[in-house]
Design a protein around this ligand. Structure first.
Ligand SMILES: [Zn+2]
Length: 317
C-alpha cells in the first residue's frame, strides 16, 4: 500500500492506494494557505495518520508516501524549491515527515504526478513514452520516458508551460514573453476572447451569458459558443489550438513520444478540441511523412493527484 498526498492551494487530500492503483480510502482538509509552512506540514502529517488509522491499515503496511506539490521540487533533498500559491520557498518537506512517520517520503510537481497517474492507470497505460499536458489556469506537464518520470537535473524537466512558442501581446508571469502557458491555458483563452470582444465589432453569443460583466467570461462559455459556431469564440479557440499544436510539434522534435494526453479544465471541451488539435498538428508537421504520437484526452478525474503521488512512492521503493 502507498499513501498519496495532493497538496493544493485550497485543499490537502490524502489517500491510500494499493499496488494496482486502486484508491482505497481518502480524506481531505482545507490548506488554509495563509499559514506558515510548519503548520501546514503538521496538518499533512496528522491527516496521513488519520487516514492510516481510519482505513484500518498500519504504518508497517505503507511502503512509501508520495506528495504532489503545486511548484518545483528538489528530488534529491526532498525540499520544496518554490510554491508560489503556498508562498513557500526552500521548505524542507521530506525530512520532517520521515522523522515523524518513519515511512519513506518522495515529492514531485503535481502536474508531473497527474501524468504518472495517467501512465499507471489511464490514457498512457501500456505505453513506454508519453507526455501529459494539463491545460488549466496555467500549463503543467508530466513526461514519461521508458517508463520513468523525466524530472531533469534541476527539477524543471517537465515544465512544459514555459516552452516558448511565439510572440505574445502580454508577458508570462515567469518574466519572459511567448511561453505556451500564455497562449493555451484557460487564462490565456479568456484573456484573448476578452480582447476580441472589446476590440472587434462583430456579434457574439458569448456576451449573452455574461450578465453585462465581461469578468464573468470563462472557458466554458467560450467553448459552448465555439461549438455553436460563434465566429469570435472560434477565433479565440483556434488561436489556442494553433500554439498548442506548435508546442506538441516542439515536444515531438525533442522527445518523440508515443502519445500526448491532454488534461486540465480546457480538455473538458472534449472531442471538439481534440479534432481541432489533431488537424492543427497535421498541418504543422515539418516532414509530411513524419508520424506524430497519438493525441488523446486524459482519463482520470480529480483523484489523479492522489493516485499519481502514491505511484511516485511505488516507483521509488
Ligand atoms: Zn513562462
Amino acid at each position: 500500500m502507498f499513501i498519496g498526498v495532493d497538496l493544493g492551494g485550497t485543499n490537502i487530500a490524502v489517500g491510500i492506494v494499493n499496488e494496482s492503483c486502486k484508491l482505497k480510502y481518502q480524506k481531505s482538509v482545507p490548506t488554509k494557505n495563509e499559514r506558515k509552512s510548519e503548520a501546514i506540514i503538521k496538518d499533512i502529517i496528522d491527516l496521513i495518520s488519520d487516514v492510516i488509522k481510519d482505513s484500518g491499515t498500519t504504518n508497517e503496511e505503507i511502503k512509501a508516501i508520495g506528495i504532489g506539490i503545486p511548484g518545483l521540487a528538489d528530488h534529491k533533498t526532498g525540499d520544496v524549491i518554490e510554491c508560489v500559491n503556498l508562498n513557500w520557498r526552500k521548505v524542507p518537506l521530506r525530512k520532517p515527515m520521515e522523522k515523524t512517520l518513519g515511512i519513506p517520503v518522495f515529492i514531485d510537481n503535481d502536474a508531473t504526478l497527474a501524468g504518472l497517474a495517467e501512465y499507471e492507470a489511464g490514457a498512457m497505460k501500456n505505453k513506454k513514452n508519453g507526455v501529459f499536458m494539463t491545460l488549466g489556469t496555467g500549463i503543467g506537464g508530466g513526461i514519461i520516458i521508458d517508463g520513468r518520470i523525466h524530472t531533469g537535473s534541476n527539477g524543471v524537466g517537465s515544465e512544459i508551460g514555459h516552452m516558448i512558442v511565439g510572440e505574445n501581446y502580454y508577458d508570462c508571469n515567469c518574466g519572459r514573453n511567448g511561453c505556451i502557458e500564455t497562449f493555451a491555458s484557460s487564462t490565456a483563452l479568456i484573456s484573448y476572447a476578452k480582447k476580441l470582444i472589446s476590440e472587434e465589432n462583430s456579434e457574439t453569443i458569448m456576451t449573452e451569458k455574461l450578465n453585462g460583466d465581461i469578468d464573468n467570461l470563462d472557458g466554458k462559455i467560450i467553448f459552448h459558443a465555439a461549438i455553436r459556431g460563434d465566429e469570435l469564440a472560434n477565433k479565440a479557440v483556434d488561436r489556442l489550438v494553433k500554439y498548442l499544436a506548435i508546442g506538441i510539434m516542439n515536444i515531438t522534435s525533442v522527445i518523440d513520444p508515443e502519445i500526448f494526453v491532454l488534461g486540465g479544465g480546457i480538455s473538458k471541451a472534449g472531442t471538439f478540441l481534440l479534432d481541432k488539435v489533431r488537424a492543427a498538428v497535421l498541418k504543422n508537421k515539418y516532414f509530411k511523412t513524419l508520424p506524430v504520437g497519438n493525441i488523446v484526452l486524459a482519463q482520470l478525474s480529480n483523484d489523479a493527484g492522489i493516485i499519481g503521488a502514491a505511484m511516485l512512492g511505488k516507483h521509488n521503493v
